[in-house]
Design a protein. Structure first.
Ligand code: PLP
Length: 950
């Protein structure tokens, strides 16, 4: 059987039946009606023939073999770390974790929420700050977020500037520079050797340790900043913080950095989880997701996303950030790594790294080399005037990559896997002898060491044996619904199959163990794979160029809008600062526009859900030469192929604007329409939707930009080419992520998907996505009217089920329906986006007819339950809907006083007797959790079940 036959859910006999139900005799005829002729692609996509699983794996293994795995001692933001196999196999390679969605539906996400809360607590403990979020995209963008956040949060110094440490990583400086320049926030880059700069300083960023390895005493700088009412961000190495005084103890307001070295491979630059921690009072302005502790209906402690959870959809351009997808899966690994080692284990690793670095420094010093800094953690810098290239070459001969800082200096970063054999090989290359630990000189001054105890909570002490860790991870994933148990019909999110063969190559050492700054000849396989994938995305989208840098869809939006702005600037159109965004757009659109320094003007939606062309014309009239462009989603966020999209593009082009087509929903278009051909100038795609990268419970993601030629030179540049101030060579646009290929490590997944699908297979994916969505829409339309349809009453790849009329009659809400679906073992559709009071469902092509029918049966049963309430037979508060989901505790309690039976509660359809999922908690009080925000791991006693039995 071909790959695509495995990828698709319905068998061909099923497809025939489904088509019949829709009144079509072929998929071709269905697509002819669904996709408007104005945008329809004629001819086939220019892609190679599909490969079998085996052949695709053999081909990608050839690329892997072209990468050369050297010992990585470059450092510079990426450090050698050991991934414990128990974490790799049971988290990174476990569909129970990697196929789950962002935990908006908290009751079916308690496992990953607990894992993320553990991550937050590790970060809080090590940084000495009160609150940490559940990851940011990378270290560089985390510093950029901190800079913008300090700007927003500092009420004492308004309209001032910030000062950033020139000893931050060059990629950090480059990304921060890009953000600040677009928002017109003034800044200076300084090494602070003369203290703080004069003037209205609103914020300071300090590197700790400095990116060239030195540990400085930053306490006086923090103090001085505080005296001037400036906020302080410390860009800190989390592992170094197991030894060094914490940013919190030093008086910092914010700490940010990378957690890659907590058990994650290099992945050729990403994905890795960055972190941010703040002190109390700043949590409401913090970007990213925040897990907090609340209570369920029985008073049991329960986890949920808190505060700004859906804020982009609510606050849009006023949102604190545009981050939607972050790095959840990687954060879960980093948190589990910390739990597996515990505080004493982490400290032992850090001490060993330091001692080994000291041995290397001692060896090189006795061989006559100059050691630049006496105080360092894991990175030794050698002063070798005009000899840096020679030293790099010597190390290379010994199979080791080290960092060339400039022509006079090299850096050597000692990693977790580097044992005495590696260290001996290194020092020998420089003609030196490795001393024993006792003979090592160099130490960290006592006044810089931390003396407080950290990670005291029992969760950081329980899972030392592999058996215990394996079972804990199983326990967590058992609490959750991921794609390995049920369809996840989330509209706009495209939760399709993440095939095992697609996933396999990402943990191969030839891909995973390549440092992003390794010499190019060691990464030939990576470059070939990336080039081929880029070419394929060009072929699919009809654009001219692709940048794989954005590590999420929202980052792509930011990069794309920035390109549009730069294009206008280059044409002398400085006043084009307004972007038109339909009110139905994904919330990240508006938030990204704000981040790109653009103003947002809303465009109304017509009664049929399409863009209101009259209002668009009025807005074009009103804003005229101020129009930078428009952002539209296609098919629209209402799940409809709008025939007038070409007209919309033409109107905006005629007004001098550029068209940003949000391509997160490319799924229904592959092989049928190309945004680069029907009017788009630039788009981002979401490889973690359409191209099979799993969601990982909220990241990783890849949001590549595809653009037409005239925007090519404004696509993000390579941070690796930045100078010491973070400036890029002239003509290059500043980067938006720290690694040139963003989340390179997961690109093999999309490569495999396309290689195994070919043009024909991608087309089939589109056809079946449209077939499945229309089948469900048709079957449920009588009971839950489909809000918007296009030509021939068809939807695209998703549909909005309108609950509002039922809600009016019964007071049963769309949220009640979502929670009740959990009793049937289903993940809810998208709630309240893009239309409040509705559910948007997207089955994807990977779901079988059987699974769709199971969903339809559940929805029909729920409909019957709503009618009972509407007809006054049951009060809504007492109904099985409002009391959903039902836990084992509730159903098995000795007392039962509800107006429905236990069977109706837990087994509303007979098939559940054979396969039943119980949510571990009942409905969670969201508002209460926000009012009393708590993000510490609850004490163990809180989980004493007896205390919470009803
Ligand atoms: C998912 C999505 C985004 C945001 O993508 P992230 O990777 O989560 O940042 C933007 N637009 C649309 C239409 C989407 O569906």
């Amino acid at each position: 059987m071909s790959f695509i036959d495995r990828h698709l859910g319905p068998r061909s006999a099923d497809a025939e039946q489904m088509l019949k139900a829709l009144g079509y005799d072929s998929l071709g005829a269905l697509m002819d009606d669904a996709v408007p002729p104005q945008i329809r692609l004629h001819g086939e996509l220019d892609l190679p023939d599909p490969l079998t699983e085996q052949d695709a794996l053999a081909k990608i293994a050839e690329y892997a073999a072209e990468n050369k795995v050297y010992t990585q001692m470059i450092g510079e933001g990426y450090y050698d770390a050991v991934t414990p196999a128990v974490l790799r196999r049971n988290i990174l390679e476990n569909p129970g974790f990697y196929t789950s969605y962002t935990p908006y539906q908290a009751e079916i996400s308690q496992g990953r929420l607990e894992a993320l809360l553990n991550f937050q607590n590790v970060v809080m403990e090590l940084t000495g700050l009160d609150i940490a979020n559940a990851s940011l995209l990378d270290e560089a963008s985390a510093v950029a977020e901190a800079v913008v956040m300090m700007h927003r949060a500092n009420r004492k110094v308004k309209n001032g500037f910030f000062a950033i440490d020139s000893r931050c990583l060059p990629q950090v400086l480059a990304v921060v520079r890009g953000r600040a320049e677009l928002l017109d926030i003034p800044f200076v880059v300084t090494d602070f050797s003369e203290g703080l700069p004069e003037g209205d300083l609103y914020g300071v960023v300090l590197a700790y340790p400095a990116s060239d390895g030195e540990i400085r005493d930053i306490e006086p700088l923090v103090k001085a900043a505080k005296e001037r009412n400036a906020l302080v961000t410390v860009d800190a190495d989390l592992l170094a913080l197991t030894l060094l005084k914490s940013p919190g103890e030093l008086g910092a307001d914010i700490a940010v950095g990378n957690t890659q070295r907590f058990g994650l491979p290099f992945f050729f630059g990403g994905p890795h989880a960055a972190y941010m921690a703040v002190h109390k009072g700043m949590e409401r302005t913090m970007p990213g997701r925040l897990v907090g502790v609340s209570q369920d209906s029985a008073g049991k402690p329960s986890y949920r996303l808190s505060l700004q959870t859906r804020e982009q959809h609510i606050r849009r351009e006023k949102a604190t950030s545009n981050i939607c997808t972050a790095q959840a899966l990687l954060a879960i690994v980093a948190g589990a790594y910390a739990m597996y080692h515990g505080p004493e284990g982490l400290r032992a690793i850090a001490e060993r790294l330091h001692t080994n670095a000291a041995r290397v420094a001692t060896a090189l010093e006795s061989a006559g080399y100059g050691i630049a800094y006496e105080h360092f953690f894991d990175t030794v810098v050698i002063d070798a005037p005009a000899r840096a290239d020679e030293l790099v070459a010597k190390a290379l001969e010994a199979g080791i990559n080290i960092r060339r800082i400039n022509e006079n200096r090299v850096g050597i970063s000692v990693g977790e896997s580097h044992d005495d054999r590696v260290l001996e090989r290194l020092v020998k290359a420089f003609g030196a002898e490795l001393p024993s630990e006792a003979d090592a000189k160099f130490s960290i001054p006592a006044n810089l060491l931390r003396t407080d105890e950290y990670m005291k909570h029992p969760v950081f002490h329980k899972y030392r044996s592999e058996t215990e860790m394996m079972r804990y991870l199983r326990h967590l994933s058992d609490k959750d619904l991921a794609l390995d148990r049920t369809m996840i019909p989330l509209g706009s999110c495209t939760m399709k199959l993440n095939a095992a063969a697609e996933m396999e190559p990402i943990s191969w050492p030839e891909f995973a163990n390549i440092h992003p700054l390794a010499p190019a000849d060691q990464a030939q396989g990576w470059h070939k794979l990336i080039k081929e994938l880029s070419d394929w995305l060009v072929a699919i989208t009809g654009y001219d160029v692709v940048s794989l840098q954005p590590n999420s869809g929202a980052t792509g939006e930011y990069g794309g809008l920035r390109a549009i702005r730069a294009y206008h600037e280059a044409n002398g159109d400085h006043e084009r600062d307004t972007v038109l965004i339909p009110l139905s757009a994904h919330g990240t659109n508006a938030a990204s526009a704000a981040l790109a320094g653009l103003k947002v003007a809303g465009v109304a939606t017509a009664s049929d859900g399409s863009i209101d062309v009259d209002d668009l014309k009025a807005k074009i009239e009103k804003y005229g030469d101020k129009i930078a462009g428009i952002m539209i989603t296609y098919p629209s966020t209402h799940g409809v192929f709008e025939p007038q999209v070409s007209e919309v593009c033409e109107l905006v082009h005629a007004a001098g604007g550029q068209v940003y087509l949000d391509g997160a929903n490319l799924n229904a278009q592959m092989g049928f329409a190309q945004p680069g051909k029907f009017g788009g100038d630039i788009s981002h795609l979401n490889l973690h939707k359409t191209f099979s990268i799993p969601h990982g419970g909220g990241g990783p993601g890849v949001g590549p930009l595809a653009a037409r030629e005239h925007l090519a030179k404004y696509l993000p540049g390579d941070a690796a080419t930045a100078d010491a101030e973070g400036k890029l060579p002239s003509g290059a646009a500043l980067p938006i992520a720290q690694a040139f290929f963003g989340s390179a490590g997961v690109l093999p997944i999309s490569w495999m998907y396309i290689a195994m699908s070919g043009a024909e297979g991608l087309k089939k994916s589109s056809e079946y996505a449209v077939l499945n969505a229309n089948y469900v829409a048709k079957k449920l339309n009588d009971k839950f009217p489909v809000l918007y349809t296009g030509n021939a009453n068809l939807v695209g790849h998703e549909c909005i089920l309108d609950i509002r009329e039922l809600t009016d009659r019964s007071h049963v809400t769309a949220e009640d329906v979502c929670k009740r679906l959990m009793d049937f073992g289903f993940h809810a559709p998208t709630l309240a986006f893009p239309v409040p009071g509705t559910l948007m469902m997207e089955p994807t092509e990977s779901e079988s007819k059987e699974e769709l029918d199971r969903f339809i049966e559940a929805m029909e049963t729920i409909y019957g339950e709503i009618l009972e309430v509407a007809e006054g037979k049951v009060a809504v508060e007492d109904s099985v809907l409002r009391n959903a989901p039902h836990t084992v505790d509730v159903v098995s309690a000795d007392e039962w006083d509800r107006p429905y039976s236990r069977t109706q509660a837990a087994f509303p359809v007979p098939s559940l007797r054979a396969n039943k999922y119980f949510t571990p908690v009942g409905r969670i009080d969201g508002a209460g959790g926000d009012r009393h925000f708590v993000c510490e791991c609850p004490p163990m006693e809180a989980f004493d079940l007896e205390a919470h039995a009803e």
